[in-house]
Ligand binder design. Sequence first.
Ligand code: IPE
Ligand code: IPE
Ligand code: MG
Length: 256
Amino acid sequence: MKSDDLHALGLDPERLPVHVAVIMDGNGRWAKKRLLNRVKGHEKGSESVRILVKACRELSIPCLTLYAFSTENWARPPSEVSALMQLLKKFLSSERDEMKKNGIRLNVLGQLEKLPEDVQRAARETMDATGSNTQMTLNLALSYGSRQEITDAAKILAGKVKTGELTVDEICDQVISDHLYTAGIPDPDLVIRTSGEFRLSNFLLWQSAYAELFITPTLWPDFTRSEFIDILTHYQKRDRRFGNVECSMPSDGSPQ
Ligand code: IPE
Ligand code: IPE
Ligand code: MG
């Protein structure tokens, strides 16, 4: 999208987030309100996914991470887990061509090997088919849990220290980041959670250290492109200090 078009939407093209991450919550409540089965909420939620992916691509936001299934979600009733897996498989296959056409690369964060074979296959096929795309990266967090991710990284690092590939003193923030599922992906600038819950539910705990958080009461199936743009305008008004003081110096460093 051109600068002028972004300005017309009230957005500053220079201050768009590089990485947006979303905890897509509220599908069950959306269905309950309509006296529908929870699965209907998940189905409607997959339409919101399509809308958001398209919006990020149009706005030239290079990285989007969607929390689609947590390590804790395995505890849900088997019928719901199985419906979610089938929906995932459908999404991974049906969106493949669209992602190819639009230069979107798919990446999976999480324990891919824990997913049913057919879902793994669909994910691998889409990752292979989109692997060379460079316009945008879509990370789907599937069977993802931040604690599991950090535990896995700790084990890999301990193994490297044991074999002498790494020394204890070499372990720093960057080395830890490089051993997470998100290695090579910039930290999220903005984490959005729908459905009004004020928690992270084991999502990107390390990576969100300095992310701006935005909680909306909207249930995920009701999430729209215009609400997303609204959230981006709020994000652009935030003062991100990263532990420093407010910037009061002009760019030449002389006192004001
Ligand atoms: C989010 O919606 C989807 C997943 C966690 C897979 P929920 O299914 O958690 O919906 P609520 O929170 O029960 O409304
Ligand atoms: C978080 O939502 C996980 C996903 C959106 C995939 P949950 O509905 O599982 O989280 P809690 O149980 O409300 O914390
Ligand atoms: Mg929920």
